[in-house]
Unconditional design. Structure first.
Length: 164
């Protein structure tokens, strides 16, 4: 091999036969924009929840606005992200079918369950934040939102890791 030549430089020029005449790579069976949107929004929501909980633990008055906005960001995965995922499946029944059983050997099963568990904890957290923002006399509910964000943070960390 000549000096400075790369050993894999000519791999993309292969025009010979492939195994049984099939393409070397199969085309992706999903819509890249929909699945990419879901992955981005789910990762953003999971990370936002984790950071929101860490900010809330500081109990700083200056962080209150960031905490409030972080709790609203949680809604991206359960709403728009889930809609992207279900739209890519072409039939909502397929998402339901993924929830019938939990399989540790199936990344789709794990991801579906993480999305459902995150949604079940993030939506109430954001809703309580909304009520607290609209009705000042519900100031006591901030503690409830803080308590609910702990399981939301655990599932959000899982969702953010899964989509990464």
């Amino acid at each position: 091999m000549p000096e400075g030549a790369h050993p894999h430089r000519n791999l993309h020029r292969w025009r010979g036969q492939t195994y049984y005449g099939r393409p070397q790579l199969k085309a992706a069976p999903f819509n890249n924009a929909l699945v990419g949107g879901y992955v981005f929004l789910a990762g953003l929501s999971g990370a936002a929840q984790l950071l929101t909980m860490l900010l809330d633990l500081t109990r700083s008055r200056s962080a209150a606005s960031a905490i409030r906005r972080g709790r609203y960001l949680l809604l991206l995965a359960p709403t728009i992200g889930a809609a992207c995922l279900i739209a890519d499946l072409h039939m909502p029944q397929r998402f339901y079918n993924m929830l019938r059983i939990f399989k540790l050997t199936s990344p789709m099963s794990i991801g579906s369950w993480l999305l459902v568990l995150f949604s079940a904890t993030a939506i109430p957290t954001a809703f309580i934040q909304f009520l607290t923002d609209r009705f000042r006399w519900l100031g006591w509910s901030r503690g409830l939102a803080s308590a609910l964000q702990i399981p939301a943070s655990l599932t959000g960390a899982g969702l953010g890791t899964y989509t990464a």
